[in-house]
Design a protein around this ligand. Structure first.
Ligand SMILES: Cc1cc2nc3c(=O)[nH]c(=O)nc-3n(C[C@H](O)[C@H](O)[C@H](O)COP(=O)(O)OP(=O)(O)OC[C@H]3O[C@@H](n4cnc5c(N)ncnc54)[C@H](O)[C@@H]3O)c2cc1C
Length: 395
């Protein structure tokens, strides 16, 4: 098989890249190791920066987002006895949108398949070979057990944190910077109308809690738990009690409902650089992940892919090397900005472990920081600019 761009991974990065390339008249083939049904059911992100919405709109995959997504103009930060709102529009003139990653993925799969996009589902043994030559290839075993080879002009590694693309780049030229946090998020998706008009981020001595939402009828809620905790330890009643306690506020109550999904996700900041090796380009979680506190993972994936799509189009259609040569450095600027913001939000809102000898001091510092961030217009603007993604121009 021959194509112009072989894409490994059919998550948001791979699907959006194929859509952008198609709009520039460039052919691609996607290989994905999960089934279509599995990819369609995966529950993940839900907050999209204004610039991300602009990209999805520009490339024709945001019609349903505009019909069903919710614009959010602010966010609540909370600590015991106090809940304060930061107004994004007042602070920096921008908003974010709440629309599930699951829905974005569904919209893009439908649009790409209707356009005849070739996607190999349920492949195994994916490998990228000869990426440092003029003839890179993706090899894999298809769902029927046949060995396949795609010869391409370029390969896009969009296969997430556990994919094979990043490891294809020799360790000798790769640098990895990371922090593994001493806590994890227990997340639930619940069939209940949100009890709040905006997201709530709450610091409580028992641990962080968060109230997000996916639609008018579905809520997404999170609790800080130990990284080695087992979901089996958390009955629905224990989860709802924990959420109610950590987000308690006089005159406010949390509505509960049937739990549709629950899982524990470890938290890590991770950046692997460079994002290019020869004719292999990495995008999204394949190259970097952030703790979900800043709602940045999906947004970084969209930003990378817009940049990569334009760079490949410029090279393939106009013969220009400029954008592909700058791709890694340009993308990493936004990656580091979002990595810093996610780390900053995470550090401000998650309580230290019970056996940390500095716990009382650190908790007091966090309370003071929350007080400052919600009091000073300059600090509110810092949070608003970063949260909405307005801090750096979108590609
Ligand atoms: C619980 C949770 C909550 C989150 N909340 C937010 C949020 O609020 N806001 C936000 O912006 N981000 C959030 N994120 C992050 C966001 O979901 C990711 O950043 C986003 O999915 C990245 O997209 P991607 O396409 O780069 O990678 P992925 O979504 O991981 O897609 C990679 C694809 O590649 C496939 N693949 C892997 N290995 C191979 C292989 N060897 N061969 C072929 N295919 C392969 C995978 O099956 C997958 O389909 C959250 C993540 C989690 C886990």
């Amino acid at each position: 098989m021959r194509t112009q761009v072989a894409i490994v991974g059919s998550g948001p990065s791979g699907l959006l890249l194929s859509q952008i390339l198609a709009q520039h008249g460039i052919e691609s083939v996607i290989v994905e190791n999960r089934s279509r049904e599995y990819v369609l059911a995966r529950i993940r992100a839900g907050v999209i920066e204004h610039g991300g919405v602009d990209v999805l709109t520009e490339y024709g995959v945001a019609d349903r987002l505009h019909r069903e997504g919710q614009r959010h103009d602010g966010v609540y930060l909370q600590w015991p006895g106090e809940r304060r709102r930061i107004d994004f529009v007042e602070s920096c003139g921008h908003s974010v949108w709440v629309y599930g990653q699951t829905e974005i993925t569904k919209d893009m799969i439908e649009i790409r398949q209707a356009a005849g996009q070739q996607i190999f589902w349920e492949v195994s043994d994916t490998a990228i070979v000869d990426a440092d030559t003029d003839r890179p290839k993706v090899t894999f075993v298809d769902a029927d057990g046949n060995a396949q080879v795609i010869e391409a002009d370029y390969v896009a590694g969009c296969d997430g944190f556990h994919g094979v693309s990043r490891e294809t780049i020799p360790a000798s030229i790769r640098s990895v910077r990371q922090r593994i946090y001493p806590y994890a998020w227990l997340g639930i998706l619940a069939e209940v109308a949100p009890s709040t008009d905006e997201l709530i981020y709450a610091l409580h001595p028992d641990g962080f809690a968060m109230h997000s939402m996916r639609s008018e009828k579905v809520s997404r809620l999170y609790l800080q738990v130990a990284p080695d905790d087992d979901i089996a330890n958390w009955s629905d009643d224990r989860i709802w009690d924990g959420l109610s306690t950590r987000m308690a506020l006089d005159g406010w109550s949390l509505a509960s409902g049937p739990t549709l999904e629950k899982s524990i996700t470890p938290m890590r900041s991770f950046v692997s650089a460079p994002m290019r090796w020869g004719r292999l380009f990495l995008a999204g979680d394949a190259s970097h992940i952030v703790p979900p506190t800043g709602a940045k993972g999906l947004n970084l994936a969209i930003a990378d892919v817009k940049r990569l799509g334009l760079a490949l189009a410029s090279k393939i259609n106009d013969g220009s090397d400029d954008l592909i040569d700058r791709y890694s450095d340009d993308a990493l600027e936004r990656v580091w900005q979002s990595t810093h913001f996610s780390w900053w939000m995470t550090s401000m809102l998650h309580v230290p472990a019970a056996d940390d000898p500095d716990r009382d001091f650190l908790l007091q510092m966090q309370l003071t920081q929350l007080h400052n961030v919600t009091s000073s217009p300059t600090s509110m603007r810092y949070l608003a600019e970063n949260y909405t993604g307005a801090v750096l121009p979108w590609p």
